[in-house]
Structure formats: structure tokens, C-alpha cells
Design a protein around this ligand. Structure first.
Ligand SMILES: [Zn+2]
Length: 244
């Protein structure tokens, strides 16, 4: 990170909506974006393309709130040129943890937020503080440190209903995903259908993350692979000869 630069204009506000999945973070973020004075002063809404649930240019919450005209980005470096070409004062970033997928992206995203703040632009982010292994997302931890307007969100545990439930439990076929699984995996319709991937909020008592895949889950995945291969063989083989 570069040297601290002098501050010539009022700093931009940093609003952060943070909490586990199923805490309506997206609803809160969309609500902030739709406030009339922000719309008048200009809103740019970004989302990481990888995290897009329905369409790249639309953000939709589980409660049915939506925002259209969203700009999908693959890398934080794409954001500043768009901001500089616009007079919009309010910049929204959904699922911000996806912008820290590797060390280079993480550093670029951190610098982006500092630069936007220094320019006096107001930023609004939503993100998960922890990954499915209960380890901190470094970018979100950094953003929490510079957030002037925090909106903490909480929910109850999907198993025992107690609050708080800050741990994102990743499940395949209702079984805990192992710690050696990929860190970034959105619960897209395709992932939900193919591997029954889903997430649920859990409390410290009910959260589980084994080091390696359980024998039960190994069996399910092996059976799936077998079924897939059988389907491919059937498609590849010529049709049965007509019976005489
Ligand atoms: Zn629980």
C-alpha cells in the first residue's frame, strides 16, 4: 500500500452491511441505493460477475427486492475508470468478498476503497466477514476497519434457532463440506442442482467443518460420477438395432 496522502476534500463515507448469509444484507443494500437523495446524486451499483445469482446486471435479494442496471466486474481494477467517467456520488458493491479472490485482487480492492474515500465518493458494500471454514475474509476485515457507517446483520441458527449464527455452513447433500474445498463458491442454481450445494447460518455449537470429505459424501460423489459416465456412454453409443 502506498504512502498516506494528504486529505484535501471531505472524506467519503464508507457504509458496510456485514453479516452471515440469510441476513438480508442485499435487501438492506438495495434499500440504501433506492433512497431518493442518493438516486438524485447518482448511484453506480457493481457486483462481482462470479457472485451474480440471477443475471449479471441485476441484484436480487431473497426477499424479492431488486436493483437493475448493475455493472458486473471481474476485477476491482475495472471499477475506478467507470467511477471517474461518472459524476455518481454513491458507489455500491455487492458480495464484496468475491473481489478478494487472490492476493492481487485483494490489494487492488483495498486501494480502490481508500482512493474512493479520498475522492469524497461514498461507498456502500455488503459482504461476509467469514468464509465457510470460519476464517476471516481479509478484504472484509480491512473494510470493517474503515467503515464509518456499519450495518451489522444477524440471524438465527438453521439447526437450533439460537442467535447469533455468524458461521456460514457449506453443505453438499446436507452434509458439511470439508475444509480443503474451494474457498469461493457461489450457490448458483447450477451448483444447487448438480451438487445440492447450499449454505445455512449456524451458531458456534452447530457449525461443522471436517478437515477432509466424510466417507458418506465421498460415496455420494462417486455414485454421481458413475451416473454421469453411464449417461455419456449411452449418448455416445449407436441406437439399438431394430428388432426383427
Ligand atoms: Zn445452533
Amino acid at each position: 500500500m502506498g504512502a498516506i496522502q494528504s486529505i484535501a476534500v471531505p472524506l467519503g463515507e464508507v457504509h458496510g452491511v456485514h453479516g452471515n448469509m440469510c441476513t438480508d444484507k442485499t435487501t438492506v443494500l438495495i434499500g440504501l441505493a433506492k433512497v431518493p437523495f442518493r438516486q438524485t446524486e447518482g448511484v453506480l451499483f457493481f457486483q462481482p460477475r462470479e457472485a451474480a445469482r440471477c443475471a449479471p446486471d441485476r441484484v436480487e435479494s431473497r426477499t424479492g427486492a431488486f436493483y437493475d442496471g448493475v455493472i458486473p466486474v471481474d476485477h476491482p481494477a475495472q471499477i475506478m475508470p467507470i467511477v471517474e467517467a461518472s459524476t455518481a456520488q454513491h458507489l455500491f458493491l455487492e458480495e464484496v468478498h468475491f473481489l478478494g479472490r487472490d492476493a492481487g485482487m485483494e490489494a487492488a480492492a483495498k486501494q480502490l476503497f481508500l482512493d474512493l474515500r479520498r475522492l469524497g465518493r461514498h461507498t456502500y458494500w455488503s459482504g461476509l466477514p467469514m468464509d465457510f471454514r470460519a476464517q476471516p475474509f481479509e478484504l472484509v476485515a480491512f473494510l470493517l476497519g474503515i467503515t464509518s457507517h456499519p450495518y451489522p446483520r444477524d440471524t438465527s441458527c438453521a439447526v437450533c434457532k439460537r442467535m447469533p449464527a455468524p458461521f456460514p455452513q457449506r453443505l453438499y447433500f446436507d452434509l458439511p463440506a470439508p475444509a480443503d474445498d474451494a474457498r469461493f463458491l457461489a450457490d448458483t442454481p447450477e451448483q444447487q442442482a448438480r451438487k445440492r450445494l447450499r449454505y445455512e447460518p449456524r451458531c458456534s455449537n452447530c457449525y461443522r467443518c471436517p478437515d477432509t470429505m466424510s466417507p458418506q459424501l465421498q460415496q455420494i460423489f462417486a455414485a454421481m460420477a458413475e451416473e454421469y459416465d453411464r449417461g455419456r456412454r449411452e449418448l455416445a453409443s449407436p441406437a439399438d438395432p431394430p428388432r426383427s
